[in-house]
Design a protein around this ligand. Structure first.
Ligand SMILES: Cc1cc2nc3c(=O)[nH]c(=O)nc-3n(C[C@H](O)[C@H](O)[C@H](O)COP(=O)(O)OP(=O)(O)OC[C@H]3O[C@@H](n4cnc5c(N)ncnc54)[C@H](O)[C@@H]3O)c2cc1C
Length: 566
């Protein structure tokens, strides 16, 4: 017998779960399909930032007009205005709704937008989830996607954002923070007997844990290990889906709508090669391995859906390092903010800088593409730093000395994954970069470190830079001398945290066909849909904020159309 639900959602990430919880709240029966054996998607492994302009959580001077001005400026006219307006109008409603169902967010004071000098920019739009007790999520907590290696201390202990910042820079009190984490974890004997996973759900796992708790309480159904592979249409309207589980295919019907929230196509090499401006290997993606393979997007295209912004990803400079204790595996680690820390510089193969290293990650990635287009020397670039950097900071997975002293680095990594030499000239020779140019670049950086002024790119000159600056480094908290050997270099690849392109949807999250007409019964949200900010990352939480808002909008649209048809 073919099963039937009011609403079927493909994908259990933030977009899918926001749509599912809203649809349940509106009285629909809901089935979430999750292709993998863990639910939560990249969202559960993420920092959990949710960018919502004019969120209304406090009177802080933001407004609808200001938000629209900013979005229009940074998305460069590439996004339809009604879609931008739908995001701004519904973002605050979505946040209030989440609060009502126990998914609580807070403002991170002062967190600047990623284009702090653009018109309409405003600090404080990034919201973050409160920590959630895993026990309150019940057994569903055990099967949630986990944070990547660097998202937990020693790959075990969860931390919140403040703790992450303190640990990343060895800020005052970092040892006390570590002590508290260890105590909290090991003293929780009851939980320890059940699982080695940390009971503290922070950042992305806090967000998804709270969503799942609401979903389970409202009676939502989720099938894991079951992927959407096709869409059924009747009379031009989507009425069901074809799914695959352990190689077996079958059909499930949807009375009111199918929401495609199955993430992007970053693990589909063929699609990357076909669409990306600068094709890169799929394993440079930093999202859960092989999960988001674009099959749901392809299913939409098969029934005539249009796509947009397929040429680009949500970029994040990354480095590749073997996984200690797991033979023959290497992992792509996000550099996060490391490439802009003092006592370091980023150079292309010509030994030259090409970007302000402190710029937000997506803009850094786009700058790599642009420099590679001009010079052919930036598909992989180098993070060069000295021993002062090693003392205080990490370079992607290559953690600071206190956590990973040189003596603990496996011998076969040196000069393969991480390069080290006593002089800059020797280092340049090892990494095949023009030595004279590298020495000159470093000399200039040392001059800027002393004067506090980066004459080339203005490192440390805007609110975003200052927010992440190391206040202990003077006169410019973003620049420190690179002069104390040994010197190190780590190759940085054009990593991504998903793709920006997907099914083209309208302001009501309805998927459009290639003639611009909505396909009945089909909706899209999150990375499965074309980014609502086009080729730009507007601020911290700039993918999850819109993803959840359009998931929420999709459920509202389904409810409105169902009411009309009664
Ligand atoms: C380490 C890290 C930190 C990040 N931090 C942030 C942050 O703080 N804020 C922010 O905004 N962004 C962040 N990002 C990016 C962000 O996590 C993603 O852009 C976002 O989670 C995408 O949400 P989604 O719901 O569209 O997709 P996902 O969360 O990836 O969920 C998609 C789900 O669909 C499933 N799926 C795929 N195909 C099918 C199919 N055919 N049928 C059924 N299921 C399918 C997948 O297995 C997956 O579970 C981060 C990314 C990473 C890697």
């Amino acid at each position: 017998m073919v099963k039937c639900y009011d609403v079927i959602v493909a994908g259990s990430g933030s977009a899918g779960m926001a749509a599912a919880v809203r649809a349940l709240h509106l009285g629909f029966s809901v089935l979430v399909l999750e292709k993998e054996q863990q639910w939560g998607g990249t969202s559960a492994a993420s920092g959990g930032g949710v960018w919502i302009p004019n969120h209304g959580m406090k009177a802080d001077g933001d407004s609808h007009e200001k938000a629209m001005t900013y979005l229009k400026a940074v998305s460069n006219g590439a996004v339809r205005e009604d879609r931008l307006a739908a995001f701004v109008d519904n973002g605050s409603k979505m946040v209030s709704f989440l609060d009502e169902v126990g998914v609580r967010l807070h403002v991170l004071e002062g967190y600047p937008d990623y284009f702090p000098d653009a018109p309409g920019a405003h600090a404080g739009r990034a919201l973050f989830p409160y920590e959630v007790d895993g026990a309150s999520v019940g057994e569903s907590a055990y099967t949630m996607r986990e944070a990547p290696i660097r998202g937990k201390l020693f790959n075990r202990y969860s931390f919140g954002l403040d703790e992450a910042f303190a640990l990343a820079t060895k800020a005052r009190g970092w040892r006390v923070i570590v002590g508290k984490m260890l105590w909290r974890y090991w003293s929780d004997l009851g939980w320890r007997k059940k699982t080695s996973r940390d009971r503290r759900l922070t950042m992305g796992s806090g967000l998804m844990g709270a969503l799942r708790r609401a979903f389970d309480r409202m009676g939502g159904e989720m099938w894991m290990g079951t992927g959407l592979v096709g869409l059924h249409e009747e009379g031009g309207r989507v009425t069901g889906v074809e799914v695959e589980r352990y190689g077996h295919r079958f059909r499930v019907e949807a009375r009111h709508g199918v929401v495609i929230a199955a993430g992007g196509f970053e693990w589909n090499q063929e699609m990357r090669d076909r669409y990306f401006t600068l094709p890169t290997p799929a394993h440079w993606a930093t999202t859960p391995e092989r999960a988001n393979d674009g099959k749901a997007t392809l299913a939409g295209q098969e029934i005539g859906a249009d796509v947009e912004f397929m040429e680009t990803g949500w970029y994040i400079p990354s480095m590749i390092m073997p996984t200690i204790g797991v033979p023959n595996t290497a992992m792509t680690h996000q550099m996060s903010f490391d490439h802009g820390r003092p006592h370091s510089v980023c150079v292309n193969r010509n030994g030259e800088r090409f970007v302000k290293e402190t710029i937000a990650y997506d803009q850094f990635g786009l700058a790599m593409i642009e420099d590679n287009r001009k010079t052919g020397s930036s598909s992989v670039i180098w993070h060069v730093f000295d021993d002062q950097f090693r003392e205080k900071y990490s370079s992607g997975g290559f953690m600071l000395k206190a956590l990973m002293p040189d003596s603990k680095v496996p011998v076969h990594w040196w000069d393969h994954f991480i390069y080290r030499a006593d002089t800059l000239g020797d280092l340049a020779a090892k990494i095949d970069v023009d030595g004279a140019a590298l020495v000159k670049t470093v000399e200039r950086m040392n001059e800027y470190a002393r004067t506090g002024i980066d004459k080339e790119f203005g490192r440390g000159s805007d609110d975003y830079d200052r927010f992440f600056a190391d206040q202990r480094v003077k006169p410019n908290g973003c620049i420190g001398t690179i002069e104390k050997g040994p010197f190190y270099a780590v190759p940085i690849v054009l990593g991504d945290m998903g793709t920006k392109g997907g099914l083209k949807a309208d302001a009501q999250a309805r998927v459009l066909n290639t003639n611009g007409v909505p396909i009945g019964g089909l909706y899209a949200a999150g990375n499965a849909s074309g980014a609502i900010t086009g080729n730009c990352y507007p601020g911290a939480g700039g993918t999850i904020g819109p993803a959840m808002t359009f998931g929420f909008i999709a459920a509202n649209t389904i409810a409105a159309l169902a009411a009309n048809s009664r």
